[in-house]
Design a binder for this molecule. Structure first.
Ligand SMILES: Nc1ncnc2c1ncn2[C@@H]1O[C@H](COP(=O)(O)OP(=O)(O)OP(=O)(O)O)[C@@H](O)[C@H]1O
Length: 323
């Protein structure tokens, strides 16, 4: 059995319908139904690191909230650690860690030290494990350098590190993260990503949602793309990249080009200084065709090929509403 299993899970929200007249609004309580998740089947095994991506409003947070036990599915069955999360919220909480980048579990006016000690009491963490974990988090995240500072004084990066320490203090085997690197600088992002990779190496299963695809690319071998409440892709980012047949060709001409030929499957997209940037679909146009057409009209000084950036690929997939 997987650590997470979903069978035809659905979730819809009821929102009060806005009536045209105030009287109608007062007298009738009518509702609209928003379907956030529609019939998802999914299995995640122990030790996996899975990235959940999708455009705004796709249903990612709703999906995670059901796994965490905050929300009850409207239909279908969902198991986390063989338990139904919303029915066994306390027990589920003992086995999972949760980090929501936009919110914090830390006590705002207390130093980090006090939140961690409170957490130790709540989760009945033995002293030896508490000590071992604090040492580990200090070594990897440097938490002791801001140990005595009230949380409200911490920088965003320090707060995220503190949140990770709190979420993992009780040694959960499953960690949920929603936008863990939002607002962090490049150094802090790297530290958080390295840390997550290392705990995944220690067999902690990771479920991560992020709009920063570098998080996904670095941490998650498996990627699930959600759109309109359904899973539209379940694969790896390298698979997604491999399926994309488009490439960027950067050309510097020996002198100002006389004319740029029109070629099927290849278009000039921009120019940066002396460099002309073409986008070529290798299914429609070969490199030889490109070279023959463009190079025969103008002398080429330098040419290089770049694969399309992952952000660009996924942005395009969202825009095309992939099915
Ligand atoms: N509490 C709620 N009440 C009513 N509708 C909701 C509620 N929460 C979410 N929704 C709706 O459900 C749909 C899915 O929302 P959800 O927050 O799960 O998407 P998301 O993929 O996490 O989006 P984002 O990337 O912007 O965080 C959206 O249409 C949203 O408006």
């Amino acid at each position: 059995m997987g650590i997470i299993e979903l069978y035809d899970v659905k979730k819809s929200y009821k929102v009060a319908k806005r009536e045209r007249s105030f009287l109608k609004q007062l007298l009738f309580h009518r509702y609209d139904e928003i379907v956030a998740v529609q019939g998802i089947n999914l299995q995640i095994e122990v030790g996996e690191a899975v990235g959940i991506i999708g455009p705004n409003g796709a249903g990612k947070s709703t999906l995670i909230k059901m796994m965490v036990g905050i929300l009850q599915p409207t239909a279908g069955t969902l198991y986390v650690n063989s338990k139904v999360p919303y029915k066994h919220r306390k027990q589920n909480a003992k086995n999972i860690g949760v980090v929501f980048g936009q919110r914090t579990q830390l006590w705002w006016d207390l130093p980090l030290e006090d939140t961690l000690k409170l957490h130790r009491e709540m989760y009945e963490i033995p002293d030896a494990i508490y000590k071992r974990n604090i040492e580990k988090f200090d070594k990897t995240l440097g938490i002791c350098s801001f140990w005595h500072q009230p949380v409200r004084q911490l920088s965003l990066g320090q707060r995220m590190k503190a949140d990770l320490a709190v979420a993992l203090l009780h040694d959960p085997k499953l960690l949920f993260l929603d936008e863990p690197t939002i607002g962090l600088d490049v150094m802090a992002k790297k530290q958080v990503r390295d840390f997550l990779k290392s705990i995944n190496g220690d067999n902690v299963t990771i479920i991560l949602t992020s709009h920063d695809l570098k998080d996904i690319e670095e941490i998650c071998p498996r990627v699930i793309m959600v759109n309109h409440g359904s899973i539209v892709i379940d694969t790896s980012l390298s698979e997604i990249k491999a399926k994309v047949s488009e490439q960027k060709i950067l050309v510097t001409f020996a002198e100002q080009p006389k004319s740029i030929p029109v070629l099927e499957g290849c278009k000039l997209v921009s120019q940066e200084g002396d460099t002309f940037i073409f986008q070529m679909d290798s299914l429609k146009c070969s490199f030889t065709d490109f070279f023959a057409a463009v190079g025969s009209k103008n002398g080429i000084e330098n040419i290089s090929v770049q694969s399309i950036d992952i952000d660009e690929i996924v942005r395009k997939m969202y825009a095309e509403d992939v099915q």
